[in-house]
Design a protein around this ligand. Sequence first.
Ligand SMILES: [Zn+2]
Length: 396
Amino acid sequence: MARVVGNIPPHGGQLVNRVLRGTLGEAALEKAQSYPQVQLTQMAASDLEMISVGAFSPLTGFMTKDDYDSVIDTMRLSNSLPWSIPVTLPVDEPTANSLKEGDEIALMDGDFLMGILTLAEKFPADVEREAREVYRTTEEAHPGVARLYRQGDWLLGGEVFMLNGPKNVEFPELRHEPAQTRRMFASRGWRRTVAFQTRNPIHRAHEYIQKSAMEIVDGLFLHPLVGETKADDIPADVRIESYQTILRDYYPADRVLLGVFPAAMRYAGPREAIFHAIARKNYGCTHFIVGRDHAGVGNYYGTYDAHHIFEEFDPGELGITPLFFDYAFFCKKCGMVVSSKTCPHSREDWVYLSGTQVREMLERGEMLPAEFTRPEVSRVLMEGVQAKKRDEQSDS
Ligand SMILES: [Zn+2]
């Protein structure tokens, strides 16, 4: 394995690389034509990529039963390294019955051969326990739990190689892999880099949080998730344009890097905060911003559960340093963006809109209040949402 660049070692010590390129890849691809085929779910395709490029180091494949059980019950891999979310390859029972341990399997995204798996073990998923422990609910209204219930009942564990990157990727120029971001941070001279995970536009509150963090580190890695999300989240292309706009106009170019995080969203709240932090450590970040209700959905998690869960690990075990932030907003009396920690005034003085209010305003073609969102960003969002609406109307 190549020497790893960066100021923080990857999780488990080595940056995994399971991408077969060049003649090795071509030879493997030719052999794989005769393998039995398994269709990847959208999430499994994303996970295959994340494993292969090292974002999920030290995982080298989909989990076998030991790791699956251990992660669900203890938030640790079977070797006791912290890991909070199962990374599995679900299939239906007939598919599982058609395969035997030791088989080489072609991993398909439609008719596109994306990678190969050496089947180490097949075992039944324990969906209810996974829902209860990982998502903290067994309700089907939870989008992560709903996906769990929809998927196949059997899991295939074993090491993988990716032979072809995913098809039709969005933003290829922003899809920096962990080995690349480590070099990019080093070449900019950043010793300490803070990562910001988001699936939302950057409103003034997020800018405040990012810039507060930037005061104590060297650089910001703005790392929006563009993998599978809920249908009602703002479309990824609109979000990316809004990020580029705010970075251009309001951030020093030599202290920020924008990259996309191709992981699928689980909406597992606190457990996913740990998962997101570990992945960003693999990208070479030393610090990770954890906001209120990180990776949450609905009312399934307490506002600060994603902060408290970090207390269950010794700081040295995770390696990356979490930076916890409170609820931020513009306060008319303070005349600036503040948080519930720093503002003594009451709610009536705060300019705050819920995600639903934001969506409704943008759909009506209204600009968001300037105290809430920079006008440049507001315009991009409003025009993007309007264009999407026109497309949907002309399709129907
Ligand atoms: Zn105030």
